[in-house]
Design a protein around this ligand. Sequence first.
Ligand code: MN
Length: 232
Amino acid sequence: MSYVFAPAPVVAVPVVGSSEKFAVRRIYCVGRNYAAHAREMGHDPDREPPFFFGKPADAVVYVAPGETGNFPYPSQSRNVHFEMELVAAIGKAGKDIVVDRALDHVYGYALGLDMTRRDPQAEAKKLGRPWDTAKGFDHSAPLGPIHPVATAGHIDKGAIWLTVNSEEKQRSDVADLIWSIPETVAYLSSLFELQPGDLIFTGTPEGVGAVAKGDVMIGGVDGLGEFSVRVV
Ligand code: MN
């Protein structure tokens, strides 16, 4: 087989404790999955069904532990926000997965930032337009390595936090997710057949805010360590 252009490289990130990498297929993101964040965005945190948006796989910027990754400030925006999130990595295909079996499909977990151009997002909300330019832009998904369940276990509670220039901005607990990881996997699999390599950004807690060039964000989740990303 030959192609008119060289195929795009496979997007892949390291797996902790392994020489093999996790190849990324799709990135799904959950909106408003912590009540206090739903409130700060002007919404009622009542348990409405989860909603999803996406990012392209090549929006991933791998951030190695102990190093500082780079997030290039995107053009066409003056209000770019951090959203620190726990990411679930799918390792087994499935559709219409039941909640009780959903964790069987999770290969591991990672730290992720759902970087967001808040100004076009606000415009899109007002006009009923899609969120792609707000959420799916280049470099919008800084991501740490995948921690496999086989060694790290499942994560259903524990602190999630983010600092900017050493000042704490976000702090919550994964136990406060409105839709838990198993519920999210089950619901998402009723909309899309999940495949190994899919990532699910599970939502951000309260405290989101803007960054500027030069800022250094450090985010973490209990059990997954921390990562560091500089806005450039
Ligand atoms: Mn988010």
